[in-house]
Ligand binder design. Structure first.
Ligand SMILES: [Zn+2]
Ligand SMILES: [Zn+2]
Ligand SMILES: [Zn+2]
Ligand SMILES: [Zn+2]
Length: 354
């Protein structure tokens, strides 16, 4: 076989998003059907390769197995926190001073909040209050061996990092282990604290903000967007049920995950993407709230191309390839295939559009 023809043939079967090469066109079509490439994927600012997560983009740009050409350019004008590429090392330096954040002084806030409860959980009101809130808990141990997580401290903040609610919580069952080294909690703090049932009802009502649970949708409405890390666990410990459509979880958001099944820790994400350390010594849920809210805001502010029907689940996308005939798709170029492909997860940039 003529090798020029072969290389042209292989090039034709190259995915326009992740650049994988396929021997046969039908293999590329099959790949496109299951990969859900979209404008929302983390993309290399140099070669335009789409990656399934920021972790794989980081690997592509920094290592341990970087693409050499991209690594060379990135190392001298790329930001190692948000992974964007700039015009010059100087514009990178100016950007990075703002991109790298510093931690909140949790020690001072912690001592301050020990003095008393902060409680601004207001429903409705003229300005309708914050649209996005972050929640975090700290757990003590219950049960016979102290391994059952009981929420003993909870914090809620708004998108401007103001505290909405910060309180100790009296668990409904006895505490077996206060986990003092990380929580800093002693029995006195919980003795007269707000009972868990009470906290549960107040937070739930604040989140729904007067909207009945069954009318809550991903966008619009009165109910608030809830940001957090591993929210299933926090909500379970507070026995709060909330609609998945309004939950933005940094532990479950595909671009922030380690692999398709494994989450990154909040400590790692804060260090890698915001540039500072959290959870050293005694931990305050306020610090976790700030970190998750900042990660959410950074994800939400990404400038992705606006599409009328951005998700594979939007009926207008004809179910992302499923209803196209094989022969119709095989006539398309790899770029055209990418053009009709849509994301299978809800990108947080969509929150900024409504
Ligand atoms: Zn691909
Ligand atoms: Zn997006
Ligand atoms: Zn690249
Ligand atoms: Zn940056």
């Amino acid at each position: 076989m003529d090798c020029r023809i072969e290389s042209a043939e292989t090039h034709r079967n190259k995915c326009a998003a992740c650049f994988r090469q396929f021997n046969k066109l039908e293999h590329l079509v099959e790949h496109m059907r299951i990969s859900y490439h979209s404008v929302h994927e983390p993309t290399c600012g140099i070669c335009r390769k789409h990656c399934r997560s920021f972790e794989s983009l980081r690997e592509h740009l920094i290592g341990p197995l970087p693409k050499q050409e991209c690594r060379d350019i990135f190392s001298y004008r790329g930001c190692k926190f948000c992974l964007k590429v700039f015009e010059s090392p100087n514009s990178r330096r100016i950007h990075q001073e703002k991109c790298q954040l510093s931690g909140t002084n949790a020690g001072i806030i912690g001592r301050f909040s020990n003095l008393g409860l902060r409680d601004n959980l207001a429903i409705g009101g003229g300005a309708r209050g914050p649209q996005v809130v972050a929640l975090a808990c700290k757990m003590v141990g219950g049960g016979s061996d102290g391994s059952l997580d009981l929420c003993a401290r909870v914090c809620l903040i708004d998108e401007h990092e103001n505290i909405i609610f910060h309180s100790y919580v009296k668990p409904p069952i006895p505490v077996a282990n206060y986990r003092y080294e990380t929580t800093g909690i002693t029995p006195e703090y919980l003795r007269d604290a707000m009972p868990m049932r009470h906290v549960q009802r107040r937070i739930h009502d604040f989140l729904c903000n007067g909207e009945p649970m069954w009318t809550i949708r991903a966008r619009g409405g009165r109910a608030r967007i809830l940001v957090g890390h591993g929210l299933d666990h926090d909500l379970e410990s507070l026995q709060i049920e909330y609609r998945a459509e309004k939950i933005r979880d940094t532990a479950k958001y595909p671009p922030l995950m380690k692999t398709s099944k494994l989450s990154n820790s909040l400590k790692y994400l804060t260090q890698a993407y915001l540039g500072y350390d959290i959870q050293t010594g005694i931990q305050d849920p306020y610090e976790d709230c700030i970190a998750t809210m900042r990660l959410y805001m950074r994800m939400r502010s990404q400038a992705h191309r606006v599409q009328e029907y951005p998700l594979a689940s939007d009926p207008q996308n004809r179910n992302n390839f499923a209803s196209w005939r094989q022969s119709e798709i095989e006539r398309m170029s790899p770029e055209q295939m990418l053009e009709i492909s849509r994301s299978d997860y809800y990108c947080w940039c969509l929150d900024s559009l409504y």
